[in-house]
Design a protein around this ligand. Sequence first.
Ligand code: GUN
Ligand code: FE
Length: 430
Amino acid sequence: MNNCFILKGTICHTPSLGRLEIHENAYTVCMDGICEGIFDEVPPEFRGLRMIDCTGDLVIPGMTDLHIHAPQYSYIGTGMDYELLEWLDNRTFPAENCYRDTKYAEAAYAVFAEKMKNSATTRAVIFGTIHRESTLILMDLMEKSGLVTLVGKVNMDRNAPSYLLEPDAESAAEDTRRFLCEVQERRYVRTKPIITPRFVISCSDALMEELGTIAAEKKLPVQSHLSENPDEIEFVKQLSPESRFYGDAYDRCGLFGRQSPCVMAHCVHSTEEEAQRIRDNGVYIAHCPASNMNLASGIAPIRKYLDMGIHVGLGTDVGAGHTVSVFRTVTEAIQVSKLYKRLVDPGAKALTFAESFYLATKGGGSFFGRVGSFEKGCEFDAVVLDDSRELLCGSEDSESRLERAFYLGIDRTGIIRKFAAGIETELYNE
Ligand code: GUN
Ligand code: FE
């Protein structure tokens, strides 16, 4: 496989939070999937490599979607008048029940995978459903999509309709172990499993303890939801009175970053103590502004989390979020941070474009290792954007072009090439 090449273009990345670098007519080099850095001239040792000449186009790191539900793509953009718990009961659980049927899963997940393939996303952390076979179908499709993903078979054994519950903690854990064996047998290169308790409301202590044991034993990452909605948080208090705060219920079971990497979606209403535990345990927060608006969950205090040194990335949270576009998420994260400043805390500086761009690239990408910029040693994830149809006078500076590409949603029509871990994705082009 030839994944050694040079890519030429207007190369944009953020090596640190808010530090946007733009290299005009520059070169980046991919050697066996790893980036060699950014250069003004091709260094002698790389001369002779295949040149992909995208002069004039914007070259950016691929987007990382740190939180998305594949089965929920089927009802995206509907049911948006509910809050979280009613939305789960009325929309999500009935929709996820369809995935007990593998034929349905094949068709629905094929649509999802195609969408992801043609998006600017190169990395994603994905929820499936409780159904083992359907989740394997999803993983087969993601493996073919070109993205690098972590995919979870969901676990839940309480507080949902019986049709969507695993019978008890032991059988749920057994099914998860079987799932992990089957994943291993498939020898995926770009698709790995992630332990996925849906949230505390739908997982008994016994189930969460089983999952904590599996995560530690197999050194697997963990994903779940945290402090998204006030009614949810109140319910967790009743279910887990011994926990100091919501996240403590995960932590007591080994599901909160101490033993293996962990990403929690939302954290809209985390207490000070919870935020400190998130930081101390190195837990990642997946900030999902579209979802938080749609389900009226609130505005997560992302500036505060960043100031505390917490790892933050962005998530679309489809289907509570209404698009797979991380470009949209970048602009929404900025917008909600402005509302937060105006309406909640005048001291909380709004996110800048460069900061939100960082969250979508290196911020979330680092959950996968060295991912999300063109620094030497990073895995080579890149998206090339042709924004020529949006250039009005031809004299726009590159920083303005980049910002506009996000606000205008150029990822819908303007992606001309995409690479994840050095491998090019064959895009659908109109
Ligand atoms: N909390 C538990 N399940 C879900 C889900 O599917 N979506 C969101 N946004 N929050 C959840
Ligand atoms: Fe979610």
